[in-house]
Design a binder for this molecule. Structure first.
Ligand code: AMP
Ligand code: MG
Length: 413
């Protein structure tokens, strides 16, 4: 159990969490399934790119030497002996004084060593007048000039966006080995909770946390799954968690971690000895549980109030998911913004206030607070687009001061 005298700082708790996050074995995925993930292998070119000499322009394949004396007023006339379209097999038949009409991407016929663009000719079909000398190699894309056979293309750790997927496809790779999306399973606890779609009776509360946390986990890059609601009951909770152990890389519960008489998550999991419940010097989000189940699967036990849940997720779970994804930067980027109003905070506690971040026409940011410090305020949470961080040693912020803001940008994956 944590030392009750001194609260653990956010940074200390995050360090303990990240220390308890291992890695997931790489898997092979098809290209589009690998989008947004990190490569877990070194990929080199099995064949050169481009794989054959081809034309960079629509024009005429020629022997450069034949155009040596061409001039605008005194063009050189070459006999056109054929057409080469993209996808055509390389043609032979080029000899002195001859040309072939060629399209962009079509293979250069044997014997030709340059292409003159259409616009520098009279576009003739049987014969073509060339109005200037052509340099050897002009308008040619050489085999291997993009990537030579055997050359490294992408290294392990490369993030796979559209450009990288294009290169992999061009190299003939339809599947690649990547760091997988962690499978994150979300469980809501609380005997008052009911599924959305039902009408709550007096005292019942619709489970909203599991949608919020599942969405946040997906946004962080996880493959997230809700498994519904468990009542405040020891064995129901342990059974539900045990059922998920083989299917999850990370377990997240919400609710039941405070000091209340029915805070079953804390009671039941403390007994196992592998999950630690602690108090972190933050507001909201003070009670936190973290550890492992089945000795291996990390579990986060977040407080149940929606704002506390989200702030806890952002602060501890999101970095853990990103670590599992293999990402180097685990925390969200922050910006400095001018506070539009004042706020107070307890000394020694890091406060996270919900905010609305505005981009000023001058280029900087300003932020207003929304929702007050109450952790149950879902409507204002839904209007916020950032968290404002008031550091441990700061007890008040005045209007006009610079504050640190974490924009909660949607990644769209
Ligand atoms: P707890 O952390 O279990 O003490 O819950 C704190 C507050 O959050 C209570 O008002 C709960 O009803 C509420 N709450 C807990 N879990 C959820 C949930 N999944 N969805 C919405 N509200 C919840
Ligand atoms: Mg509860």
């Amino acid at each position: 159990m944590a030392d009750d005298d001194r609260l653990r700082t956010v940074d200390e708790h995050l360090a303990i969490v990240l220390d308890g996050i291992g890695s997931i074995d790489p898997i092979e995925l098809t290209l589009l399934d690998a989008q947004g993930l990190l490569l877990a292998e070194n990929v080199s070119a099995d064949f050169p790119l481009p794989s054959f000499d081809n034309s960079a322009m629509d024009g005429y394949a020629v022997r450069a030497i034949d155009t040596r004396d061409a001039a605008e007023g005194d063009p050189t006339v070459l006999q056109v002996v054929g057409d080469v379209a993209a996808g055509a097999r390389a043609r032979s038949g080029m000899g002195p004084g001859l040309a072939m009409r060629i399209m962009t991407g079509a293979p250069i016929p044997a014997g030709a060593d340059a292409v003159i663009p259409l616009e520098d000719t009279d576009r003739g079909l049987a014969r073509v007048a060339v109005g200037r000398p052509v340099r050897t190699g002009e308008c040619l894309r050489r085999a291997g000039e993009d990537l030579a056979a055997g050359a490294p293309a992408l290294g392990a750790g490369a993030a796979l966006g559209p450009q990288q997927l294009a290169l992999l496809a061009a190299l003939g790779r339809d599947r690649v080995t990547v760091r997988p999306r962690p499978r994150v399973t979300i469980l809501s606890t609380g005997s008052e909770l009911i599924e959305v779609g039902r009408t709550p009776s007096f005292g019942e509360v619709i489970d909203s946390n599991s949608y919020m946390i599942a969405a946040a986990a997906r946004d962080a890059g996880a493959d997230a799954r809700r498994i519904g609601i468990v009542a405040d009951d020891h064995s129901a909770l342990l059974d539900a968690l045990e059922n998920q152990l083989l299917r999850a890389d990370v377990l997240v519960t919400t609710g039941g971690v405070s000091m209340g008489a029915y805070d079953v998550v804390k009671e039941a999991l403390s007994e196992l000895g592998t999950v630690e419940f602690t108090k972190v010097a933050m507001q909201p989000g003070r009670p936190q549980g973290f550890g492992h189940l089945g000795n291996k699967v990390p579990i986060f036990c977040l407080p149940g109030n929606p704002v506390s849940s989200l702030v806890s997720f952002e602060t501890f779970v999101r970095p853990a998911i990103r670590k599992l994804l293999g990402k180097r930067s685990l925390n969200r980027a922050t910006v400095q913004a001018t506070a539009l109003e004042g706020a107070t905070s307890t000394h020694g506690t890091r406060q996270y206030r919900r905010g609305v971040l505005h981009r000023e026409s001058s280029g900087g940011y300003s932020v207003s607070f929304i929702g007050g410090p109450g952790s149950h305020l879902l409507a204002s949470l839904a209007l916020s687009n950032c968290l404002v961080v008031i550091d441990e040693e700061v007890t008040s912020v005045s209007a006009g001061e610079q504050v640190t803001v974490v924009p909660l940008l949607l990644s769209n994956r």
